[in-house]
Design a protein around this ligand. Structure first.
Ligand SMILES: NC(=O)c1ccc[n+]([C@@H]2O[C@H](COP(=O)([O-])OP(=O)(O)OC[C@H]3O[C@@H](n4cnc5c(N)ncnc54)[C@H](OP(=O)(O)O)[C@@H]3O)[C@@H](O)[C@H]2O)c1
Length: 248
């Protein structure tokens, strides 16, 4: 399986890229931080590629996807993981906050997908997008409204692509709380958060029963994504949800 993973420099994307590579996939790892991708590619296997890509830049998306497809010798699967969790109450968000959130979480997914379709169509390939419980299964979390709105938009985008390109398998993977893997594979999702704002919001997440109270092993997510990628051309998996289960 020739597989392109966007957002492979940290967290869940890095874990997925390495996990699929170790299961035998030929993987191209894309994100902005090339040094981190180069390290991850070594773990993913000898045929892995590290390619710089900024999903907020259409030219970068096209160049990186074309380079990945050429280097891999075709593309069977695209996995889109970039997501920013802009933290702040809606009344405090700026236009730039909204643009950054939608540029990364939604428009970037469209730019990358458009670049990938000419490669995925001949292989009847699969395109997978990481979403969040906060954008679908739970009420929007206070202070993560822009994030929830962007993930809801991503879900509709995935459905719209499936209608326009029915020979490609488009899948939304809804993910619950997960710390990622060891070291550089740990999640950086909350690394830019203002701790004062976070401390203000956290009690609301607790009282609203939004926190699952457990973290999922990232290997469970890798297994699910691997299963989706392995889905043959006669079936489509529209949505999968994988969320933590509390220990007994
Ligand atoms: N962790 C969780 O508990 C959790 C729960 C539910 C859903 N999710 C979803 O899972 C996905 C991954 O989350 P994570 O926890 O792994 O976050 P993370 O550690 O922050 O990883 C985000 C990845 O996206 C890349 N990225 C960000 N902006 C980019 C850009 N402009 N161009 C290219 N790549 C960009 C980052 O790489 P560079 O900075 O190197 O570009 C990084 O590799 C997100 O979509 C998130 O919404 C996570």
């Amino acid at each position: 399986m020739n597989t392109v993973v966007i957002g492979a420099s940290s967290g869940l994307g890095r874990s997925i890229a390495i996990g699929l590579g170790q299961r035998g996939a030929r993987v191209a790892l894309l994100a902005r931080r090339l040094d981190r991708l180069t390290d991850a590619a070594k773990e993913a296997g000898p045929e892995s590629l590290a390619i710089a890509c900024d999903v907020k830049d259409a030219a970068s998306c096209h160049a990186a996807i074309d380079e990945a497809a050429a280097g891999l010798g075709g593309m069977d699967a695209l996995i889109y993981t970039p997501g920013v969790g802009t933290l702040g109450r809606l009344v405090d968000l700026t236009a730039e906050d909204w643009r950054h959130t939608f540029d990364t979480n939604v428009i970037g997914a469209a730019l990358v997908t458009n670049a990938a379709i000419p490669h995925l169509a001949p292989s009847a390939g699969v395109a997978v997008y990481l979403s969040s419980v906060a954008g679908s299964l739970t009420a929007p979390w206070p202070g993560l409204g822009a994030y929830a709105a962007s993930k809801a938009a991503l879900g509709t985008l995935v459905e719209a692509y499936r209608v326009e390109h029915p020979t490609i398998g488009f899948t939304r993977v809804i993910v619950g709380d997960c710390a990622g893997g060891e070291g550089a594979s740990g999640t950086e999702f909350a690394s830019g958060w203002d701790m004062e704002v976070f401390m203000d919001l956290h009690p609301l997440w607790e009282s609203g029963n939004l926190l699952s109270g457990a973290l999922m092993d990232v290997e469970e997510l890798v297994r699910i994504v691997d299963a989706v990628v392995q889905c043959g051309g006669t079936a489509t998996i529209p949505t999968v949800a994988v969320i933590p289960r509390r220990p007994g």
